[in-house]
Design a protein around this ligand. Structure first.
Ligand code: GTP
Length: 323
């Protein structure tokens, strides 16, 4: 049976000395290959659609798997999602774009169907690019394993293995939860070492969080628009009620709002913060007024400025952050 909260998607490997890993994966395959069902099985209940955070990634985030040892971010690949409508060069371009921006690709091939020309075409593109400069590993997945007898599954796996250059081949059944955890383990192994890309806990695309981020960004860019990258990234970590300040005692309710601002260079961090923190205080005051009006509560606004290079590993990552 499938594990309803997705906890079979792996656990800590204490004592292994393995570094924390984080990165992006995309799930590709022809229509009806089981991509959506697999995505849901991988992220389980922890789905956190973040389409409202366009500043954090150029792709739509489908979900984030938080583990003690890793964070796996599943991103949508609109182009590859509907290969029937994207033939020839356009598909090539999309595959290339996608593969250069994720750490690992997942190629779904349903076990209940013969490998067809559509699969072969995608397989060729993926193999070319896995061999190319981006060298993105591709994990081939035999989906819907529950629909076929063992003998047929073995046959399918052999066929899939011969189709291209895969880092791994894994049979799964998203419906029954079979091997979903194993697949996540395999994907995590292909992620580079690095800290979590998203705050732990639930992400949100709630309009308030998006608007709070916008208010902070606007305030941070005021007067220094030319000196800061257009796409200064603002991430709202949390909006939580202050304990004992829910308004029930007659005092106005109070919210703690914690926000990270990401910039590219130390010099930009200095601009945002200002001499002795004076500018950041102004940014906070301006943003707080807007946020209080928006949320209808008193707000304690906690702003942190970080240089992205400190927590991002390479230009690839910076691009993903929107820089
Ligand atoms: N039995 C079984 N059915 C599955 C499994 N995974 C997906 N399906 C079914 O296969 C069909 C297609 O699955 P989707 O997840 O929608 O496939 P998709 O690749 O996202 O499809 P597109 O959106 O058309 O690209 C659905 O009817 C699913 O219920 C599985 O592991 N076992």
């Amino acid at each position: 049976m499938s594990d309803p909260d997705g906890t079979d998607a792996g656990g800590a490997r204490p004592g292994t000395g393995e570094p924390f890993r984080s990165g992006f994966a995309c799930i590709v395959g022809r229509p009806n290959a089981g991509k959506s069902t697999l995505t849901n099985a991988i992220v389980g209940q922890k789905v956190a659609i973040t389409s409202g955070r366009p500043q954090t990634t150029r792709h739509v985030v489908r979900g984030v798997v938080h583990r003690p040892d890793a964070q796996l971010v599943l991103v949508d690949t609109p182009g590859l999602h509907r290969p029937r409508t994207l033939l020839g060069e356009r598909l090539n371009d999309l595959v290339r774009d996608t593969l250069t921006e994720v750490d690992v690709a997942v190629f779904c091939l349903p076990a209940d169907q013969r490998v067809g020309p559509g699969d072969r075409y995608i397989a060729q593109q993926l193999t070319d690019l896995a061999r190319g400069r981006a060298a993105t590993p591709v994990v081939a997945v035999a989906t819907k394993a529950d629909l076929v007898p063992k003998g047929r599954l073995a046959e399918h796996l052999l066929e899939v293995a011969g189709l291209g250059e895969w880092a791994d081949v894994v049979p799964v059944s998203a419906v029954e939860g079979y091997q979903v955890g194993t697949l996540v383990d395999v994907l995590v192994r292909h992620l580079p070492p690095g800290p979590a890309l998203y705050p732990d806990g639930e992400l949100t695309d709630e309009p308030e969080a998006v608007m709070v981020a916008e208010l902070v960004r606007e305030a941070a860019l005021e007067g220094v628009r030319d000196e800061l990258p257009h796409s200064l990234a603002v991430v709202v970590d949390e909006i939580v009620p202050r304990e004992g300040r829910d308004g029930s005692d007659g005092r106005p309710p109070m919210l703690d709002v914690r926000v990270h601002l990401f910039v590219e260079r130390d010099s930009q961090k200095a601009i945002v913060i200002g001499k002795g923190g004076s500018r950041l205080r102004d940014v906070g005051t301006t943003a707080r007024r807007g946020i209080e009006a928006l949320l209808g509560a008193k707000v304690y606004l906690d702003l942190h400025v970080k240089v992205a290079k400190d927590w991002q590993r390479d230009p690839k990552q910076l691009r993903r952050l929107g820089f």
